[in-house]
Design a protein around this ligand. Structure first.
Ligand SMILES: C[S@@+](CC[C@H](N)C(=O)[O-])C[C@H]1O[C@@H](n2cnc3c(N)ncnc32)[C@H](O)[C@@H]1O
Length: 311
């Protein structure tokens, strides 16, 4: 394991009684703005969280309630990532800043005294959380709205219910007993789904184009496919990051269901027909975004007007 900056040892003084994080929540901690007491994530769990998130040099990691900055700093030092941490405790923010300097990563990370409920998370490709269970749950709508598709969220001990996790690992960490009164640790990983709501022109090999209407709320989506002859609900549509799997309703005399797998690139979904027998490439082009969202051309116009790059 890599060397930990000496300043980290100072936090030992701050360790709270040996109780699980949720049990440490005092009446005050349950007040609207307090997302949890300071309980640092033990180092082996820091390592496991970053590994589960698959952090790499291109990532921008945000830790909401960053404590002494250990997740952000370790991601920068070990993987070359950039990062940002916020905490409501000004002393912890100063400690995190000092730790970043000591670790030699001050140019790549930033810490601010800020309420996590008022922190913009749009830039995060990785979000780490060690907060009270009801707080992580409350954050789900904002994560799904603000974070880019494919971004990963790793939560220490508490699930972001009801959002189904992508992966879960459980293990024992003896060092955790000192800070949390238990060695038991669970980590949950989530991948922000692509936004695929709207009207699409669906092109399947050997078939007339059809219209695919997708209704999406967070990670859940339903869809209908309409051809000249009929309209039918799609049997299943699953979104994992930028990947999409669509199980079309049965067509033809054998009643076989066609399964499509693909990825979203801009306003095009494309991939392969994988079942029943794999029949080449398919694609769908978005004609109309879901109500309340600008059309693709309109987004492009706004992006260019704002000095952005064309896509
Ligand atoms: C359990 S600690 C986790 C610290 C760090 N993320 C880690 O894993 O080592 C929770 C942190 O959230 C901070 N916190 C609580 N409510 C907050 C809020 N509303 N905005 C920002 N930080 C908050 C606390 O000060 C504390 O440092």
């Amino acid at each position: 394991m890599s060397r930990r900056p000496r300043a980290f040892s100072r936090v030992r003084r701050r360790l709270l009684a040996a109780l699980p994080l949720a049990a440490l929540a005092t009446r005050a901690a349950l007040a609207q703005r307090n997302a949890g007491p300071y309980v640092p994530t033990p180092w082996p769990i820091v390592d496991a969280m970053l590994a589960l998130a698959g952090v790499h040099a291109d990532d921008f990691l945000i830790d909401l309630g960053c404590g002494d900055g250990r997740l952000v700093i370790t991601a920068a030092r070990r993987f070359g990532a950039r990062g940002y941490g916020v905490d409501i405790d000004p002393e912890l923010v100063k400690l995190a800043q000092a730790n970043a300097v000591e670790a030699g990563v001050a140019a790549r990370v930033r810490f601010e005294e800020r309420d996590l409920f008022e922190t913009d998370i749009r830039a995060a490709t990785v979000l780490t959380l060690y907060l009270l269970p009801h707080i992580v749950t409350d954050l789900v709508p904002r994560i799904l709205e603000q974070m880019p598709a494919g971004a990963r969220v790793v939560s220490h001990d508490y699930a972001l219910a009801p959002w189904p996790h992508d992966e879960e690992i459980a293990f024992d960490v003896p060092e955790k007993e000192l800070v949390s009164g238990t060695t038991f640790t669970r980590l949950y990983r989530y991948v922000v789904p692509a936004r695929i709501g709207g009207e699409w022109r669906l092109e399947l090999p050997g078939a007339q184009p059809a219209r695919l209407s997708v209704r999406q709320r967070g990670w859940r989506a339903t869809a209908a496919v309409a051809s000249e002859r009929r309209t039918a609900e799609v049997d299943e549509i699953v979104i994992r990051g930028a990947s999409v799997r669509i199980l079309l309703p049965p067509v033809g005399p054998d009643g076989a269901r066609t399964q499509l797998e693909g990825r979203l690139r801009g306003d095009t979904l494309e991939g392969d027909v994988v079942a029943p027998r794999g029949r080449g490439a398919w694609r769908a082009v978005r004609l109309q975004p879901p109500r309340g969202q600008p059309k693709p051309q309109e987004r492009q116009r706004k992006r260019l007007a704002a000095g952005g790059e064309p896509q």
